[in-house]
Design a protein around this ligand. Structure first.
Ligand SMILES: *[C@@H]1O[C@H](CO)[C@@H](O)[C@H](O)[C@H]1NC(C)=O
Ligand SMILES: *[C@@H]1O[C@H](CO)[C@@H](O)[C@H](O)[C@H]1NC(C)=O
Ligand SMILES: *[C@@H]1O[C@H](CO)[C@@H](O)[C@H](O)[C@H]1NC(C)=O
Ligand SMILES: *[C@@H]1O[C@H](CO)[C@@H](O)[C@H](O)[C@H]1NC(C)=O
Ligand SMILES: *[C@@H]1O[C@H](CO)[C@@H](O)[C@H](O)[C@H]1NC(C)=O
Ligand SMILES: *[C@@H]1O[C@H](CO)[C@@H](O)[C@H](O)[C@H]1NC(C)=O
Ligand SMILES: *[C@@H]1O[C@H](CO)[C@@H](O)[C@H](O)[C@H]1NC(C)=O
Length: 805
């Protein structure tokens, strides 16, 4: 309760200091030595700096802390929501002993608002990046009246407590910036929720985007256990506090955890050599990290295709949606629980536990008591130990739907027990029992260890397959056709059976004696590959099965090499989109489905865990349409198969099609998944515009379609690219999104182009923020060739790259 005169005195001092102080670095702030805009306060080891700054594209001034070595990375901002206009800001200490930030007219913009007064207050920036306020007369140097570490913004630094202080009810959590030029709190938060058991949750507004799984006494159940690494994590869990904290052994390492304005929570390390921030890890790393991606009562497995599967004993609520990979409505029980005798539990291992929506916890029960408790209550659907340290204790029970289960690393050895009706248990028991019997019989009846091993392996393979697809029997069959069969099916390769001249050779329609229609591709004979190698490769490819790939039925290796595919009655995409009348048959929703289908097929080729296949000749004439106009990629059979780790190769023989080839492939013969992405981008822009990239003509310029799209994009007239016949059926935001993604795919540099998985994410998520595309490759390349004669005119070309490159 100081009197007025002293306030006047205090302000006089500040004004004084504005005019007298020069731009030097101070080491403390006291009531008589404030900090003006233009000056900075540096931490003792020179790591951090406190001062006034303006973020990118903003003129407003903020008081913040940043890295001296990386001045554009601010780790804390005082006046997030209340910027100062102009360079008149002053940070000082007010009469009540609090830090105050004042503007030109001495209005208080921000204050540390601590209730603990100090007689002799001093503020200092510690080497940890913590701005602290303390009483000089206090004997304990670590007793702070206020510290910035208690008020995190979007960054968690080493030594900062993340979580709860129960004594004052304070929860320290991260909030993203609104955007790169506005530090005001944005939509995203990353915090520890304590409802029942502690759990870290990433939210956008009130919607959950990701969660860590509950704290089980040893770890957050859904996060990988952090082994020895360059930082040491700890979790403090007692009656007063529950918080996470990390510390560094090597203080020269500069690292931070940040929740960025796009909602990505990541750990970054400042590279000592490049001075750039390298990402160590990020949450929401894969599709299974997306909250509730697979809907209720299902499990997400990132290495399976498709990634979502109903829990055992459950079936998709809508079979049709499920098959189209729309998992939102989740799964329901095949047989309802009836709360009668005989109900029991199915054990599920190594998963992130379902979200704590409707649940009950008791810290004192044993697992057995927990099971009994669950059986007593008819709405209980699952249970587990709430604490798994030292053999396990406590009881966690779920009621009703189980949401957001994913397969996690085997380190997390927590099992969950899911309630099952008696009939389902018998079914499971039956199949398990028979498997056990089979193995036992084998072991006791043969002496050959090799044989047993072989059988067990076979068993595992079978089991895996079964999970993935229902057509397992067909999977392993590749038919070897003899020449006579194919010859008679195609009328001796008659011209009337010729349906196209795709890359690598002519394609004939045929009808087998069984009545099955096939498409036969005769390969030109110049690859230099041996018959056996060819056969092996074909067998490998025949195992690839995806709704959006044309199915290879078999091959012929007698004299000539031929590939036999399923026949597609609707020919190829180019016969539709470039044809004035037939293009009407493909309205916008259908085109968007085609785009998504092609993207999924390509993703499958690129990311299948056994093979990595680069298509090398993706184009509209290689996208075939089935009777329902679903797209199927064809011609991947002669694509290049890569080993697991290989991502790029170089060839002297460039095979591809003008207009779809990426610059690095056409010029240098370098191909990679990113050269396919380029072709996909061309394809996408062609589907949206209904125009061919290479034959594109415009009265005003000589650019091809890519160049035209780029010009329209830069002029803000992007939508003009759209095929006029889509006007009535289009969803403008979706069209714009497709064009932007198309432009991202055709960027000149392979590194700038997104991968197929992020393309699918960007196309499918209205909310995803897309990067700005850079200039495309090959945008003024012109074709000088003759006229277009409808389908199948864009021939595959083979170029030979001179050795010297
Ligand atoms: C980084 O910060 C410096 C000093 O604050 C500023 O001059 C510069 O424009 C910033 N650069 C970028 C790319 O934001
Ligand atoms: C200074 O801050 C006060 C209080 O927030 C405000 O009323 C006043 O308009 C501000 N002055 C200037 C020049 O921004
Ligand atoms: C950032 O957000 C502010 C306010 O929400 C807005 O005025 C500004 O245009 C945005 N800046 C960018 C670069 O998006
Ligand atoms: C988990 O159990 C261990 C051993 O019984 C105990 O020390 C620990 O405090 C428990 N943790 C929680 C969160 O209950
Ligand atoms: C998925 O299904 C839900 C309803 O079950 C529907 O509302 C939603 O639009 C579908 N999503 C897509 C992308 O088709
Ligand atoms: C079952 O659990 C629910 C949720 O805790 C509770 O509301 C209900 O009363 C319980 N029913 C019985 C029979 O205990
Ligand atoms: C499972 O099978 C075994 C042996 O066939 C039987 O003893 C047991 O009761 C069965 N369990 C259930 C739950 O059906």
């Amino acid at each position: 309760m100081e009197s007025l005169p002293s306030i006047t005195f205090f302000y006089t001092l500040i004004s004084f200091s504005i005019f007298l102080e020069s731009s030097t670095a101070a080491d403390t702030i006291t009531p008589t030595r404030p900090l003006n805009d233009g000056e900075t306060l540096v931490s003792s080891g020179q790591t951090f700096e406190l001062g006034f700054f303006s973020p990118d594209d903003s003129k407003s001034r903020y008081l913040g802390i940043w890295y001296k070595n990386s001045p554009n990375t601010s780790v804390w901002v005082a006046n997030r929501e209340n910027p100062i206009e102009g360079s008149y800001g002053v940070l000082s200490i007010g009469n009540d002993g609090n830090l105050v930030l004042l503007n030109k007219t001495k209005g208080i913009i921000w204050s540390s608002s601590s209730s603990r007064g100090a007689e002799n207050p001093t503020a200092q920036l510690l080497e940890t990046g913590n701005l602290v306020l303390r009483d000089e007369s206090d004997v304990d140097p670590e007793s702070y009246t206020w510290q910035s570490f208690d008020f995190p913004c979007n960054t968690l630094l080493a030594g900062m407590k993340f979580g709860w202080n129960f004594k004052d009810g304070q929860n320290r959590y991260l909030t993203s910036w609104r955007n790169a030029s506005d530090p005001a709190p944005g939509d995203f938060t990353w915090r520890i929720d304590i409802v029942g058991l502690p759990q870290m949750v990433l939210r956008k507004g009130s919607e959950k985007k990701f969660r860590s799984g509950p704290w089980n006494g040893l770890s957050f159940n859904g996060l990988p256990l952090i082994k020895k690494t360059f930082f040491k994590s700890s979790l403090v869990d007692n009656a007063d506090e529950f918080y996470y904290l990390y510390e560094l052994d090597d203080k020269s390492i500069i690292t931070r955890l940040t929740l960025d304005e796009l909602g990505i929570y990541q750990r970054l390390v400042l590279s000592k050599t490049s001075k750039k921030w390298d990402i160590v890890y990020a949450v929401q790393d894969d599709l299974c990290d997306d909250y509730g991606r697979c809907g209720a009562n299902s499990i997400c497995r990132i290495n399976d295709r498709p990634i979502c599967e109903c829990l055992e004993g459950f079936v998709p609520k809508s079979q049709e949606e499920w098959e189209f990979q729309n998992w939102t409505s989740g799964c329901i029980r095949r047989t309802q629980l009836d709360c009668q005798k005989g109900e029991g539990f199915m054990e599920l291992e190594g998963v992130k536990l379902p979200d704590l929506l409707e649940f009950w916890v008791s810290k004192s029960m044993t697992l057995k008591e927990c099971e009994e408790e669950c059986l007593r209550n008819c709405s209980c659907t699952a249970y587990t130990n709430s604490n798994i340290s030292e053999g396990g204790s406590g009881c966690l029970i779920w009621f009703r739907d189980l949401i957001d289960i994913r397969e996690v690393h085997e380190d997390n050895k927590q099992n969950i027990y899911i309630r099952m009706p008696a009939s389902e248990l018998e079914l499971m028991n039956g199949s398990r029992q028979s498997k056990k019997r089979l193995v036992v019989v084998v072991v006791s009846s043969t002496a050959s260890g090799v044989f047993i091993l072989g059988l067990v392996l076979w068993f595992i393979v079978r089991k895996r397959k079964k999970r993935g697809s229902k057509t397992e029997k067909e999977d392993l069959e590749l038919q070897l056709f003899d020449l006579a069969t194919i010859s008679s099916a195609t009328n001796n390769f008659s011209d009337s059976n010729l349906i196209g001249k795709g890359g690598f050779g002519p394609v004939y329609k045929g009808t087998l004696a069984t009545g099955q229609e096939i498409a036969v591709k005769r390969l030109s004979n110049n690859s230099g590959q041996g018959f056996q190698e060819f056969k092996n490769e074909v067998i490998l490819i025949a195992k690839l099965q995806h709704r959006n790939l044309v199915r290879l039925l078999g091959c012929c290796v007698e004299e000539e090499r031929m590939l036999v595919y399923e026949y597609m009655p609707n020919k190829s995409l180019d016969c539709f989109i470039f044809d004035q009348e037939r293009s009407m048959l493909l309205n916008w929703p259908k085109r968007f489905d085609i785009v998504m289908g092609v993207a999924r097929g390509l993703l499958y080729l690129h990311q299948d865990s056994i093979l990595r296949i680069i298509h090398r000749d993706l184009k509209t004439s290689n996208i075939l349409l089935d009777s329902e106009l679903n797209p199927k990629i064809s011609d991947f059979g002669i694509a290049r198969v890569f080993g697991g780790q290989q991502t790029e190769a170089k060839t002297k023989l460039v095979i591809g099609t003008y207009g779809y080839m990426s610059p690095e492939y056409a010029i240098d013969g370098k191909f990679s998944v990113k050269s396919d992405v380029f072709s996909f981008g061309v394809l996408l822009l062609e589907i949206v515009s209904g125009k061919k990239n290479r034959r594109f003509c415009h009265p005003d310029h000589l650019h091809n379609l890519l160049g035209h799209a780029w010009l329209l994009w830069n002029e803000g007239k992007t939508l003009e690219l759209m095929d006029a016949c889509l006007k009535d059926s289009c969803v403008e935001s979706q069209v714009l999104r497709c064009i932007q993604v198309g432009l991202l795919c055709v960027q000149k540099l392979p590194v700038d182009r997104p991968t197929m998985s992020s393309i699918i994410f960007m196309l499918g998520n209205e909310e995803a923020t897309l990067p700005q595309p850079k200039q495309p490759g090959f945008f003024i390349e012109r074709s000088s060739e003759g006229d277009d004669k409808g389908c199948y005119t864009e021939n595959t070309v083979t170029l030979t790259i001179p050795e010297a490159r």
